[in-house]
Design a protein around this ligand. Structure first.
Ligand SMILES: NC(=O)c1ccc[n+]([C@@H]2O[C@H](COP(=O)([O-])OP(=O)(O)OC[C@H]3O[C@@H](n4cnc5c(N)ncnc54)[C@H](O)[C@@H]3O)[C@@H](O)[C@H]2O)c1
Length: 456
């Protein structure tokens, strides 16, 4: 083996990223470590801890050959030449910056573990999403090692999206690597370029200074989320004016300067990253004395909160101003299709608001029921988790579609209608169903940003 790569953190990023690197670079040994024993056990088993289309095959090809999973963080550090740090960097919930700043405690812990378990210098790669200038702090901690070892810190943010992680990793739009503009920084950068060059065309491997690289990741997420909040804000106006958000988005997206992607109106964005990364950006702007810039980006998050609350208000208003004691089937709990991840899913907030109104929830999702149970474990009220959509809809007054799973559009809606209480309602929070057809069956249909189709 040419070199040993270690990744600290076997989560949604560390696992798939390292599996693809190991698959594409059989001449490197790749070890993925995590302090979470259950997670590592799952990575070693037939039931991987996360669901991603295509991931099973990639892991099976490389696992045991040059891809290894372990809980022994110290041994992994000792053996490694290059260490990717892919631990979680959630929003800080205490002390200064609570509610906005990034909580870097897990991050800093890895820096100290690296010092403690190294007997030679190594390349340390920031894979986690971090505030701009974190590499400076990382470098300072690593430089404080008593053995006088030299560590080189690189930034290599991950742009893959959950649900399409494997494809994104195998065919990335670009790989970004930030390095210090010193001879040792540039040498380390070349070592990382050598790895990605195994499968990524050289022109797609962008190099930059560390600060640009760190900031690019935060801003990319902010820009993507901003498009969703922008189109969602217009969906509210469409509902007031009988304009149709699908027509507006389609025609707008045909303008090459705007582009068609990320213009789908919905109940709101979720996922572990968008909200935390924008709040992190907001905090940074406040820290650097830029309150106008901070409030500009904060509005993207506020608009998302508004869209989620607006969806629930629509349900209550149209169901005769009360949902108390009414069964509502939630179709989808994951924050997006093709993943079981529910972190920051709009479904959580929607469920909480509906439970406050004393609705009875019947939650169905093809992959996310286990996570849904954890998310709602502290909620009071009537909640059922059901692994069959028809069972969930039995006796329900309404179906609320919260995730854009393709299979939802293929269900037998006549059968669902027959199983439900009347009048039967559908609130399509993802605009994925055939609304005219549903109306023809007898449903009262409430899409996002489009005229409601009712019989009332
Ligand atoms: N999820 C995404 O789609 C995505 C995409 C791009 C970037 N990111 C960023 O990547 C980072 C990781 O995200 P994730 O979704 O994989 O998080 P995650 O919570 O799924 O995984 C992080 C893992 O790190 C482990 N960990 C934490 N501290 C550790 C330590 N000291 N030693 C060993 N293991 C430790 C945790 O046990 C956990 O399993 C975050 O900064 C996130 O913002 C996430």
């Amino acid at each position: 083996m040419k070199k040993t790569i270690l990744c600290i953190g076997a989560g949604y990023v560390g696992g798939p990223t390292m599996a693809v690197i190991a698959d594409r670079c059989p001449d490197y040994k790749v070890i993925v470590v995590d302090k979470n024993e259950a997670r590592i056990a799952a990575w070693k088993s037939e039931n991987l801890p996360i669901y991603e289309p295509g991931l099973d095959d990639v892991v099976k090809r490389a696992r045991g050959r040059n891809l290894f999973f372990s809980t022994d963080v110290a041994a992994g550090i000792y053996e490694a030449d290059i260490i990717f740090v892919s631990v979680n960097t959630p929003t800080k919930m205490f002390g200064a910056g609570a509610g906005k700043a990034a909580d870097l405690q897990y991050w800093e812990k890895t820096a100290r573990d690296i010092i403690e378990n190294s007997d030679r210098g190594k390349i340390v790669v920031e894979k986690s999403t971090l505030p701009v200038r974190t590499a400076e702090a990382m470098q300072r901690i690593l430089d404080s090692n008593p053995k006088n070892l030299h560590f080189e810190v690189l930034s290599n943010p991950e742009f893959m999206a959950e649900g399409t992680a494997v494809d994104d990793l195998q065919n990335p739009d670009r790989v970004l690597i930030g390095a210090m503009e010193t001879p040792s920084g540039q040498k380390a950068l070349q070592d990382l370029v050598d790895i990605y060059s195994h499968w990524v065309p050289r022109e797609k491997i962008k190099t930059a200074n560390v600060w640009s690289s760190e900031l690019t990741k935060l801003v990319s997420n902010a820009m993507l989320a901003q498009r969703i909040s922008s189109v969602n804000s217009i969906s509210a106006l469409c509902e007031k004016t009988d304009a149709n958000i699908l027509e507006v988005s389609d025609a707008m997206g045909m303008d090459k300067r705007i582009g068609s992607r990320f213009l789908r109106a919905s109940v709101g964005f979720g996922g572990s990253c968008f909200k935390k990364d924008i709040l992190n950006l907001v905090y940074l702007c406040e820290h650097y004395g830029l309150p106008e810039v901070a409030s500009y980006w904060e509005q993207v998050v506020l608009m998302n909160d508004y869209q989620e609350a607006r969806f629930v208000e629509k349900i209550i208003r149209n169901m005769f101003n009360t949902v108390a004691g009414k069964r509502i089937a939630l179709f989808g709990f994951a924050f997006k299709a093709d993943t079981g991840d529910t972190r920051e899913s709009p479904a959580i907030y929607v469920s909480q608001l509906l439970l406050e109104e004393r609705a009875h929830l019947a939650i169905f999702d093809p992959k996310a029921l286990d996570n849904a149970r954890v998310d709602l474990k502290d909620e009071q009220g009537h909640i059922e988790y059901i692994d069959d959509p028809y069972e969930a809809a039995k006796g329900a007054h309404a179906i609320a579609v919260l995730t854009e799973w393709k299979e939802f559009a293929a269900y037998d809606y006549q059968k669902l209608f027959d199983l439900m209480e009347k009048p039967a309602f559908i609130f399509d929070g993802r605009n994925i169903l055939d609304h005219q057809k549903l109306h023809g069956i007898g449903f009262n249909v409430f899409p996002i940003g489009q005229k409601a189709l009712t019989h009332l």
